[in-house]
Design a protein around this ligand. Structure first.
Ligand SMILES: [Zn+2]
Length: 308
């Protein structure tokens, strides 16, 4: 890219690691210039974590000059207008009402914007990953929880407070297991990592995937069961949205066809009102960096809306 391009920083605040990415943007083209990570050290408390966001951003901007905006992805709820945190269940400390965008913007000297990490994942895949060029998309990110994101008309749908598209919390079984959100029988209550491990008879979801790949029957059955519930949830979203593409990411998506085949089977069983040949089901492309890259894209797109 040439002198017409701009550079943008993304910070992805995870429970364990704080990841960053610098992306370059020109016209419809986005590319990732650099990525990295440091420990979050959430036990040090919110002030230290916000300080580390600033330190990490400053180091990335020193190595990659000319950054003009920053986006911050966070695993929880926030107030988009105030730039404050509302709820961060997996990072210790009292986060409610704590300013995050403001202190980081002041420290880095560029505008800062918050985005939920699942929405950041989807935005990254939509602009420079597996859903590139799509108008409408459903994205799921499978990990500790089941993150979900939808895009319509080429834009990630945020809802009025950044919580739009939480398809992981749609009810699949009215009397199903309790979900962390307080409801029973959500997709997430069946397909989050610990429930998959439980269904597969393994200690972790990673072990479940490894065993299933080796042909272990209980692990294969457990993954097929999780895939079935995911497939029902995705079928509901496909019927509602008729997306161009469904993108599946997150650590557990490494199971590949052991998970994708039961999802496809469920789609064939349940979706009859639209042509499934026009709905691509694909694996995410950006891996562990999608959240940081998507946060950078969000910051760029929000900064572009600011008055000059
Ligand atoms: Zn739920």
């Amino acid at each position: 890219m040439d002198g017409g391009s701009t550079r943008h920083l993304g910070l992805d605040l995870g429970a364990t690691n704080l990841k960053w990415a610098v992306v370059e943007h020109a016209g419809d083209e986005w590319r990732t210039l650099a990525t990295g990570q440091v420990p979050t050290d959430g036990h040090l408390g919110p002030d230290a974590v916000i300080g580390r966001l600033g330190d990490t951003g400053a180091a990335a901007m020193a190595a990659w000059p000319r950054v003009v905006s920053v986006g911050i992805g966070l695993p929880g709820l926030y107030d988009p207008a105030a730039g404050t945190v509302r709820f961060l269940p997996n990072v210790p400390g009292d986060w409610a009402g704590r300013p995050m965008a403001g202190p980081v913007a002041t420290r880095l000297g560029v505008p800062a914007f918050l985005i939920n990490d699942a929405r950041a994942f989807g935005l990254a895949e939509l602009r420079l990953g597996a859903a590139r060029g799509a108008s409408s998309m459903v994205g799921l990110t499978l990990g500790t929880g089941v993150g979900c994101v939808i895009a319509i008309g080429g834009h990630v749908y945020q809802g009025h407070d950044g919580t739009g598209g939480e398809g992981g919390h749609q009810t699949i079984d009215p009397d199903g297991p309790l979900c962390g959100c307080g409801n029973r029988g959500c997709v997430e209550a069946f397909a989050r990592a610990d429930r998959i491990a439980e269904a597969c008879g393994t200690a972790t979801a990673e072990e479940a995937v490894a065993r299933a790949r080796e042909g272990d029957a209980p692990a294969r059955d457990g993954l097929a069961r999780a895939g079935r519930y995911l497939g029902i949830g995705i079928a509901n979203l496909v019927v509602v949205l008729t997306p161009d593409v469904v993108v599946i990411g997150g650590g557990i998506s490494a199971a590949g066809d052991l998970l994708f085949e039961p999802i496809r089977a469920e789609l064939r069983r349940r979706v009859h009102i639209t042509d499934l040949d026009r709905v691509r089901l694909v694996a995410a492309e950006l891996g562990t960096w999608a959240g940081a890259i998507g946060a950078a894209v969000h910051g760029a797109e929000r900064a572009a809306e600011l008055p000059a």
